[in-house]
Design a protein around this ligand. Sequence first.
Ligand code: ZN
Length: 421
Amino acid sequence: MRRSRFVSGLSVGLSMAAAAALSAMPTWVAAQQPPATQPPRPPAGFRGGTQIKPGEDCPAGMTEIRPNNCLAPASPPPTIVDYRPKSTLIVPAAGMKWKAKYPVVDFHGHPSGLLGNADGIARLGASMDSVNVRLMIAADNVSGDRLTRTMELVNGSPTMKDRVRLLTGVNLNGVGPGWAAKAVAQLEADVKGGAVGIGEIGKGFGLSTKKADGTRLRLNDPDLDPIWEAAARLKLPVFIHTADPQEFFREVDNTNERWLELTLFPERLYPQDKYPSFNQLMAERDSLFLRHPKTTFVAAHLGWHANDLGRLGRMFDKMPNVLAEVGAVLYDIGRQPRSAHDFFIKYQDRLLFGKDSFQPEEYPYYWRVFETRDDYFDYYRDYHAFWKLYGIDLPDVVLKKVYYQNALRIMPAIQIPGWPK
Ligand SMILES: [Zn+2]
């Protein structure tokens, strides 16, 4: 693996012009406040601009440089992919470090390519060691023979037998008469084969998976009840990814925070004439979680509510059977260091570490956000977030819960000793 350098995220400071305009709010505005009926006048020596009415946006290509006065840059502006301002901020910083402070359970692992043979498993172990991930939960939906074979390979490795566990998949295609009995029997067989949970149930569930009769399989469909009840009986958490960021469900205009991602990967967009809305999917998911209070559900990607932690907190308050995992939403946690800190303290028993796509170089960004109070540093993918991140400075007792204690609590089948107290 590459450990020669950290990935340096490019920062695209879209909000810079707006921030500069605000912070440069000159004293003349207060001193020469014009009567409300007249638009404010530009200062002497000012080279002109376009007046707008209060509440109006500037015309395209212009930015508001004084109240209600817009100006275009004198040079052609760079595109948002080419604008790469270098931060001049100098502040004390803990900086990046490869290893997490405590051993970690990665609840949202996809090391599938590495689990096919002993050599791959050994390489996975080396990568995990480099970032202090002690236990990888592979969430690749393996079931039946593949699950048994993979567990045999893992158990056959003296160094890796306590380092990998598997979630099993449930085939949600063609749900209809007779489906549930087969699915429950497979689940029971996979538990005997070593599965410690169910998942990752992918976003196709809700968006595109069809029932045997051709209709969309709703998340709260009662035909699925037996499998969720079996999960509760077998003490298996159900790891479920529902929908995608809310910006993927609306128009890709200049106000969409994920404009760059949605134009790089247009297939990530869910046109609203073809797909259910974000809130429709969330309502079905919440109804599923409420229907099965004895089943432990883990919402992937903080349920796609990392941008609205109040909403996730209300879910946690209403649904004691629900936890959430932090994979691939670090950009939202790290842009609200105070709110996220308070949220992690309040819901410290309900949050799990998970990384999603297996890129060892990217774990240290998580450690830096969770463990430090560093200011204004790069994220690893600028198409997810054109902003910077801040450390949320979690205390040790919370780090231990998020890194491993909560995961071990909800998967009692994992009997691996030697975790720090
Ligand atoms: Zn995943």
